[in-house]
Design a protein. Structure first.
Length: 84
């Protein structure tokens, strides 16, 4: 059995569900209630207040990870086949 991440330790829901909720909120600019509805469709019953607490607790850590993985602009540019 895999060990739970210490970041999400002592939580009622698994870290995978928390990460998915934060990802939905950040990626698609949804409200907490929209995220609640999408998680309910997947069988995860949480309130919008729980989603808000997760965002406050783990949101900045999650956003920092996304910024580190974002591609940086370089000096190589690739163009499409397009007529000007």
């Amino acid at each position: 059995m895999p060990q739970p991440s210490p970041l999400y330790g002592r939580r009622r829901f698994p870290g995978e569900g928390i990460r998915h909720a934060i990802w939905l909120y950040d990626r698609f600019l949804l409200s907490d209630r929209d995220v609640e509805a999408l998680l309910a469709e997947r069988g995860i019953a949480v309130s919008y207040e729980t989603v808000r607490r997760w965002r406050r607790r783990f949101g900045q850590w999650f956003a920092d990870g996304l910024l580190r993985r974002r591609a940086r602009p370089g000096d190589t540019w690739h163009s499409d086949e397009m007529q000007l």
